[in-house]
Design a protein around this ligand. Structure first.
Ligand SMILES: *[C@@H]1O[C@H](CO)[C@@H](O)[C@H](O)[C@H]1NC(C)=O
Length: 385
């Protein structure tokens, strides 16, 4: 009896300690620097003991990837990878491998970039990755190859580490990441002379928020700049909603223990310093654009960002094409969904030259959905191949 009682007392104190730890962690997140680390996780490089300037270490063929730095207008240096699609690499291997290896100080004079700029049918994907890690982390090298798999001699990829990530200078912020994204697009437009209709933006996770923000800013320019396609993979509606629903590591729902105390959730959320409001930005893009080509992809089994976020983005985008707006029910009734067997379900909304497609992929979760074969195909089709 006494033993049992002491087990209960121990259990009670362990729970109390866990609860206190949880509240201490939440309280710490109110601090701007801690919050910044928690949102961007840029110090979690995940490529320790590897050298990002030697992409061969990440499974690429010799000189398939050109590493270089792009300067931003506000004085940062962004580390970039240009990834040559494998079909093109294979047919030009001899001249490619004879070039020097490592960081290129004049990327535009490499054979790799020349293959991109000299082919009027080639297409450039500018890719924005998710939080944590670097261009070479975890699943990223794999999908930097698979994204071009459906058109392996035409689809090039340019990707960067945002400020504060990997070998890039500075520290991250919403405005900083948007500047980084615009810097890469300007590099493609002005240094590589690739027209907007041969450029598409593809983001994953946090990168989708960068994608929408960048596309929104580009359309505000005179003349407006519209990429061929804007592709969001595993996106989210806005920062507040992501904090409400995000599951750390796909397991621990950060704010769920507070669900019976809405005022505590609200109190915590008021300390969020950045909004990453994609649901508003996607509507702005659709509203201002002449020929928006939006593709939203999300796995049904994404345990990190629930696929309700996809629905919010989808409704918000369609809503912007209809005078007076639409309801969720209206969309469900008026947009048909085509089931692709066990792979995915696809819904397409077309209004004039504006096209918004939603792909709910049945498998792949938050990360592997990017490298799914079906994703490579729908990306190539969105690019016009
Ligand atoms: C839909 O658009 C209307 C304006 O046309 C706006 O008032 C409303 O908030 C929008 N709803 C959603 C869900 O975005």
């Amino acid at each position: 009896m006494v033993a049992l009682q002491s087990i209960f007392i121990k259990a009670y104190w362990s729970l109390a300690a866990l609860g206190t730890l949880y509240f201490l962690c939440l309280a710490a997140l109110i601090h701007p620097t801690a919050q910044n680390y928690a949102i961007y996780m840029h110090k979690l490089q995940l490529t320790w003991f590897h050298d990002l300037t030697i992409p061969e270490q990440f499974g690429f063929a010799k000189n398939q990837v050109t590493p270089f730095f792009i300067p931003t207008p506000d004085g940062e240096r962004l580390f970039a990878w240009h990834v040559l699609p494998l079909g093109l690499y294979s047919s030009h291997r001899d001249p490619l491998i004879q070039q020097p290896t490592g960081v290129s100080s004049s990327p535009t004079s490499t054979e790799n970039l020349r293959l991109l700029t000299s082919d009027p049918d080639s297409h450039l994907i500018i890719h924005f990755h998710g939080n944590a890690g670097t261009v070479g982390a975890a699943i990223r090298p794999g999908y930097l190859r698979s994204l071009s798999a459906a058109q392996p001699s035409k689809i090039h990829i340019l990707t960067i580490d945002y400020r504060g990530f990997g070998l890039s200078s500075g520290s991250p912020s919403e405005e900083g990441l948007i500047t980084d994204g615009l810097t890469v697009v300007d590099y493609a437009l002005n240094e590589l002379n690739i027209p907007p209709e041969r450029i598409s933006l593809v983001g994953q996770s946090l990168g989708t928020a960068v994608t929408f923000a960048v596309a929104d800013r580009l359309i505000d320019r005179t003349p407006p700049i519209e990429p061929k396609a804007i592709i969001s993979i595993a996106g989210f509606s806005d920062m507040e909603e992501i904090v409400r629903t995000y599951r750390a590591g796909g397991v621990f729902p950060i704010l769920r223990p507070l669900r019976t105390y809405p005022f505590l959730v609200g109190w915590f959320l008021q300390f969020l310093r950045e909004s990453w409001d994609s649901k508003t930005r996607i509507a702005e893009i659709v509203r201002k654009s002449g020929k928006a080509n939006l593709v939203l992809v999300h796995a049904k089994n994404d345990y990190e960002i629930p696929h309700d976020h996809l629905e919010t983005l989808w409704i918000s985008a369609i809503n912007a094409t209809v005078e007076g707006g639409v309801s969720k029910e209206w969309v469900a009734e008026n947009v048909k969904t085509e089931v692709f067997g066990d792979e995915s379900s696809v819904s397409v909304w077309q209004k004039g030259e504006k096209r918004i497609a939603k792909h709910v992929v049945n498998w792949g979760g938050h990360n592997n959905v990017v490298s799914a074969a079906g994703t490579s195909v729908l990306v190539a089709k969105a690019l016009g191949f």
